[in-house]
Design a protein. Structure first.
Length: 196
């Protein structure tokens, strides 16, 4: 005797329960759009796991509200923001202050080709202005340090987004060539601008 289940029409019978082999199982597969016919299936219930994770981000959420012991940023509604800490707020170190304390930048911006001292000052001013704009909305996006070498400037940052914005701002102001390289296995980026 053939049994039917009332889920989206008739489902083929299942093996082992007096039913034949069925087409609907608990775990449904969806064909990958880029895979050839009969290629690797992907499962809808599988969560995408990015191999590049920030080791300085906590694995869980902070207790709300939390105030950073270093920069006094507030963790509220799932994100870090600037504001006043309420009474009885928990205390913890934000990921940016943790990176600064351990001297482990996530982003590097190398600016080469500025030989004249006035040009170097202009590049530092551009980097600081971009940081100021970015930091107003995102407290974890900060410049850790600026080192001046013989023919280059190296700016280190606490995140991977600020270096790209600094590089694009410098390219917009001074033209030149910009290279952006995200690391494949770690949470870091290297931005290199050179004067044309």
């Amino acid at each position: 005797m053939r049994k039917t289940l009332p889920c989206y029409g008739e489902i083929g019978p299942l093996r082992g329960q007096g039913l034949e082999r069925g087409t609907m199982t608990r775990r449904m597969t969806t064909p990958s759009p880029l895979a050839p016919q009969g290629g690797t299936p992907r499962y809808r219930d599988r969560i995408y796991d990015d191999p590049r994770h920030d080791p300085y981000q906590d694995k869980g959420k902070y207790t709300e509200p939390t105030v950073c012991t270093g920069c006094h940023a507030i963790y509220h509604q799932g994100r870090w923001a600037w504001g006043s800490a309420p009474e009885g707020a928990h205390k913890a170190e934000c990921p940016a202050c943790h990176r600064v304390r351990e001297k482990q930048p996530a982003g590097y911006v190398t600016l080469t080709g500025a030989v004249v001292e006035g040009e170097r000052e202009e590049l530092v001013r551009i980097a600081r202005n971009v940081e100021k704009q970015e930091n107003a909305q995102h407290p974890l996006h900060r410049i850790m340090g600026i080192e001046q070498g013989a023919g280059d400037l190296v700016v280190t940052t606490t995140d991977v987004h600020l270096p790209q914005r600094i590089g694009e701002a410098v390219r917009h102001a001074h033209k030149g060539h910009l290279d952006i390289a995200y690391a494949h296995d770690e949470y870091s980026v290297r931005v290199h601008w050179r004067k044309a």
